[in-house]
Design a protein around this ligand. Sequence first.
Ligand code: NAI
Length: 251
Amino acid sequence: MSHQRVAIVTGAARGIGEAIARRLSRDGLAVAVIDLDENSAVSAAELINAEGGRAIGLAADVAVEATVEKAVAEIVERVGAPTVLVNNAGILRDNLLFKMSTTEWDSVIDVHLRGAFLMTRAVQTHMVEARFGRIVNLSSSSALGNRGQANYAAAKAGLQGFTKTLALELGPFGITANAIAPGFIATAMTEATAERIGTTFEELKAKGAASIPVRRVGEPDDVAAAASFFIREEASFISGQVLYVAGGPLN
Ligand code: NAI
């Protein structure tokens, strides 16, 4: 390939982010895996390289401005200017509102919203220069409201507004921005939820599947398929959209 695009996927050491990183590599992109822990990020990148891809892994907390700037500069240096960004890093700090601590509120807002803002601001300059860019933000079905997730629902709904505004501001430069809002996806995140509410992961998945029209819970690859679609060159007229990947309609 004469010109290989460079993608950054945050929170890509495991789960949905890892599946997206591998999928984008199979789609022919070079991939930078960002996660909190350097060893896990590098291992995820090595798996991609073992499959014939071109990936690097680096540690960065997306909520920390200086770290984000440094990570993006390092990616430019080591792989090239990024023109695809997937803001996937995320955490849960579930609690009912009356029990929710200010720290639980702030940390969720910081990782999802501040993190996506800092990453996007750092990367957009390279997209504008290239007159091409694809931004994919991970929202959630929880954006529609979910008991015990006032912080997370606010962050994920916020990401939808963020996405639409990016589409407006960056569209003139050949940049699209879209959001994927997954329903129940089987990952370490949902496994931790099962533990928190005192049930087994198998039970939680079975219960989830029963209420989902396609009668199964989602897998990380289900989300990766949607990301792969949004980042294509031919998806250049699709922007500012929120795609629910949830095995059925949500409202
Ligand atoms: P996960 O917990 O398995 O993976 C998240 C990754 O993000 C981890 O590797 C973690 O270390 C990393 N991360 C957390 N904070 C970070 C930070 N400050 N800087 C850099 N990396 C950080 O979660 P999962 O399930 O793969 O979720 C990925 C995204 O999809 C999240 O944004 C999540 O909110 C969203 N999502 C997940 C759903 C699910 O059912 N699993 C449903 C809807 C949305």
